[in-house]
Design a protein around this ligand. Sequence first.
Ligand SMILES: [Zn+2]
Length: 311
Amino acid sequence: MSTRESSSTLLARIEDSVARRGDLVLARHELVYRAGRWPLVRVASRALGEAKGVVLVLAGLHGDEIAGPITVAQELDGLAERAHRHGLGLIVYPLANPSGFDAGTRYNADHDRGSAGNGDFLRYLSDDGTLVDEVEPGPTPRRWRWSSELGVALPVETRALHECLRRDPLTRVLAALDLHQDLLSEGVGPAAYAYAYGDRSAYRSIVDAVGALVPLLAERAIGAGFGVEIDEEGRARQPSVITAVPISDADAFIERHDGSLTDLMYRLGVQHSVAVETTGATPLDVACAVNRAWLEGIVELAAVRLRAPRA
Ligand SMILES: [Zn+2]
């Protein structure tokens, strides 16, 4: 842990990349905690306003899942190059939970997980009008609201992300990628899986690339993130008994309508909305390589969408 990079060092690397390129802009939003102040950084294409299609990337929502932010810091240059070559705009939140990154905790430095964790982006309205934070997959249209419209307790970084995202041109987002690591599932070796929706055939070449790097966690019950609790030190714990755990498919995809950012993007009509997971046993460089395969692949898929004739 002692050799781990701080949020300020990581963000300085991102600032360097942005400064060296003329086609990106960086904005900081201050996150005020009892434990101190951290910046929420947003990097976007300078020409975002003119882009007909946009790729959204978020990393580090869970502070101890460092592979995503490290990947973005390493790959920002290549990501911008690839997106802009295709005429795509880019919006990147490289470190969504900077205080948790520094504390090495899933949630923020105040150990505030809000009422449903910090990945709380939408709530569903059931037929009787009550709010639920997860629904079963299915074709039924669902009524939902942004969580920030409902007066539910949200952690500081989650509320700030809501404010930023609601100013983002979400109707032009063609692909969204949320980078995570599964540090909760126990007894699994190095492996990758992903949350996605609908027809996953477009991801074939990405899945093959990931599968060449690390085993795919296929056809497995994966309960990570269900009912996570935290102790006084902010350590996240997964309850030992979880009911109705989803099972990944043969390509290690899981469909989960859990009110996450990935789910929000799906509900907003984003064609490709994926959350990438590698297990805690996966070496960091391999986890970053998996993230890179997804970053490259999702930009290419967004480019295909951009060129596709309007239905
Ligand atoms: Zn996570």
